[in-house]
Design a protein around this ligand. Structure first.
Ligand code: SF4
Length: 282
């Protein structure tokens, strides 16, 4: 496939990002194939189609988080019939009372539970991580050994791609995409994810009022648990008197909390970015 947006001029000549990804996929192909982490978003669509073009063996897996946008699930079911749905043993609504805190940007137990435990018996994992997605992801490497589970290795075939490269590629092969992109969503994933800013999260929760209500009820059960056990992890949690208080803090009040309790470089109580605790071995 030759698309000018996907060709870079370098001192060594032209570099075609599609060809390069295909070469990487073939070169790193393990016995038994890859586990391809498929989110239904554009980046994982790209690695799915690149893997098909490379002719490598893989098992594409979608990790259900119980706060998935319905349109995304529908899109995957309609267009990627071979994607395996990996259902969790619990739900976000049970996890919140159990953890005594809603998931936050620095306390992301939900990623750990829902997204980072899949791929049993498969040790080479493909992801759509890209450098341009965030400052933290800008420090990642194309091939990484998992620090948590040493047998596992990650390959991020499109790590150097720009967002425009991904769209050029998908449009070039006439791939469909989830309708939420057409409504202005730039990243598609869990509804209310704390990694997004307040405006985006408000928009998501307004669009899915049933999910907003489910968070609200989970906050209520969480408060009952906290009161029952007097398990206040942080003194400011004693100010929460109702699910509305928690919702307000969760959507708008967490910044001061981060400033008070976490300092740069050590802020991760649980895991960081999706796959963030998988770092290169020294
Ligand atoms: S993507 Fe966001 S909401 Fe979903 S599991 Fe990870 S931190 Fe939680």
């Amino acid at each position: 496939m030759r698309n000018m947006a996907l060709v870079e001029l370098t001192l060594d000549g032209e570099r075609n990002k599609v060809d390069e990804a295909i070469v990487d996929l073939r070169r790193m192909q393990p016995l038994g194939g890859y586990c391809l982490k498929f989110s239904g978003g554009k980046d994982s669509q790209a690695i799915y189609h690149l893997s098909k073009m490379a002719g490598v063996e893989f098992r594409a897996q979608y990790d259900v988080t119980t706060v998935d946008p319905p349109e995304l699930i529908e899109f995957i079911r309609e267009n990627y019939a071979d994607v395996v749905f990996n259902y969790p043993e619990t739900t976000m609504w049970k996890l919140i009372p159990k953890k005594r805190i809603p998931p936050t940007r620095v306390i992301r137990y939900c990623c750990d539970v829902f997204k980072e435990k899949g791929c049993p018996n498969m040790n080479m994992i493909l992801t759509g991580v890209r450098w341009k997605e965030s400052r933290r992801r800008g420090k990642r490497h194309k091939v990484e050994i998992c620090q948590a589970y040493k047998k596992k290795t990650f390959l991020h075939p499109v790590i150097s791609w720009e967002e425009s490269d991904v769209w050029e590629f998908l449009n070039g092969i006439r791939s469909k995409h989830c309708c939420l992109y057409d409504e202005g969503w730039s990243r598609i994933g869990c509804v209310g994810c704390p990694m997004a800013n307040s405006e985006v999260r408000e928009r998501e929760l307004n669009r899915y009022p049933k999910i907003r209500d489910a968070y609200w009820r989970a906050f209520g059960r969480m408060l009952e648990e906290i009161k029952r056990e007097k398990a206040y992890a942080f003194e400011e949690f004693t100010k929460w008197k109702s699910p509305d208080d928690v919702m307000e803090w969760w959507l708008h009040g967490t910044e001061q909390f981060y400033d008070k309790h976490f300092i740069d470089g050590q802020q991760y109580l649980f895991n960081g970015d999706y796959y963030e605790h998988y770092e290169l071995e020294a």
